[in-house]
Design a protein. Structure first.
Length: 203
């Protein structure tokens, strides 16, 4: 098993003709399987768990060894049509939600700050920040590292393309997330080095 994660990229465009020929809904007599129960929340990932996740991801993700096996990129016209269809679907969804909640106003457009905030909140929750009061936090330290690394990738790839406010927000969030990660890993390391409690004297 290599260190490089492999992905399977499916070109959904080749199914477009079939979908257009048969647009009628299909009703299945088979009962739908129950959805998988959500995870209890952030948890501490041990070495064994990390290996299981890696093996699972590797078995599910098919091997795309090089860009030569990638499907061709969409044309300008395909991208334009898909964007238009997406915006129409999103508008229908918003109309349905607002019909159920008349007092709710229009949702603000998603911006760069929302992406930064989402990654930051994910990292903090994985480090146990969302634990209910009085309960011991459950930490997914490897998941937190991945979320923080994604913030680092975002900072690197957008360098020179952000406004001053966007760059300040991203750098501040990245600094705070890394600082929280350092403090947490130090605590975990100290707990791991603590000697076992002394056995009581039986005399």
């Amino acid at each position: 098993m290599t260190d490089t994660t492999k992905f399977e990229v499916i070109d959904r465009r080749k199914y477009k003709a079939d979908e257009e020929r048969d647009s009628s809904p299909v009703v299945s007599a088979e009962p739908e399987s129950a959805p998988a129960e959500p995870q209890a929340g952030p948890r501490l990932v041990t070495t064994d768990n990390a290996n299981e996740v890696t093996d699972s991801d590797s078995s599910v993700a098919a091997g795309v060894e090089d860009e030569g096996q990638m499907p061709p990129p969409p044309t300008v016209e395909e991208s334009r049509q898909q964007e238009s269809a997406y915006e129409a679907s999103a508008q229908r969804l918003e109309d349905l939600v607002r019909a159920q909640n008349p007092a709710m106003g229009a949702q603000p457009p998603v911006g760069f700050e929302h992406l930064v905030q989402q990654l930051y909140l994910s990292a903090m929750m994985q480090m146990g920040a969302a634990a209910p009061e009085g309960q011991r936090p459950r930490v997914d330290i490897l998941g937190a590292k991945q979320s923080i690394d994604l913030l680092g990738v975002l900072a690197e790839k957008t360098k020179g393309n952000l406004s001053q406010a966007e760059d300040r927000t991203l750098q501040t969030v990245l600094f705070e997330a890394r600082m929280a990660f350092n403090e947490l890993t130090n605590m975990i390391s100290m707990q791991g080095m603590q000697p076992p409690p002394a056995k009581p004297d039986k005399r």
